[in-house]
Design a protein around this ligand. Structure first.
Ligand SMILES: [Zn+2]
Length: 183
């Protein structure tokens, strides 16, 4: 992250410090670093531990859900332990969800199974969900409705779906985030 490497080639020197300094200088009070897998979540938490204004999410992104396959319980327990040890820094479960635009990284069945599998962490730790949804709103809404008791709110980030999908998400008392890429 912010190492200056894009598509395997180095474009500039690492600049995370500069990026964060610009944010603080321009009035940002707090930031949440997104975790996208067990390892990513550890890195996000390490970074969050370096500054009292930084927080992190912990969970497994839809394109990384193959990481669950070998030993699902063990993977979930490792996420659990990480959240427990860093309960003052982890502020959401995620990012997790469904991404049908990028099935080349993880097939649909695996995404569906392990998105649902990690949802219980929300109620367990009383943390909201940081949700990712691409071309999969109906299935995402289905799973969230089915597990309503296990979830403690959340936001679908970078929402780029239809008005129908938006209404279904809002009806679940969830929020959406809008990304500048989708103008
Ligand atoms: Zn995302």
């Amino acid at each position: 992250m912010y190492q200056g490497v894009y598509h395997g080639s180095k474009k500039h020197e690492p600049d995370l410090d500069k990026v964060m300094r610009r944010a603080w200088d321009n009035g940002m009070d707090k930031m949440i670093i997104t975790g996208g897998s067990l390892n990513d979540s550890k890195k996000a938490i390490d970074l969050a531990n370096s500054d009292s204004r930084l927080f992190a999410t912990a969970g497994c992104h839809p394109t990384r859900c193959t990481e669950f396959v070998a030993d699902p319980d063990n993977y979930l327990n490792a996420l659990r332990a990480l959240i427990k040890e860093n309960h003052d820094k982890v502020v959401a479960i995620g990012e997790c969800g469904l991404d049908y635009d990028r099935l080349q990284f993880c097939d649909k069945e695996v995404q569906l199974k392990y998105f649902e599998f990690q949802l219980k962490l929300s109620r367990e730790f009383n943390l909201p969900l940081f949700l990712h949804c691409r071309a999969a709103a109906d299935d995402l809404v289905d799973i969230l409705q089915r597990n309503k008791e296990d979830i403690v709110g959340g936001v679908v980030h970078s929402f780029d779906g239809t008005i129908e999908a938006l209404e279904k998400i809002l009806a679940l008392d969830l929020y959406i985030g809008i990304n500048g890429c989708f103008i």
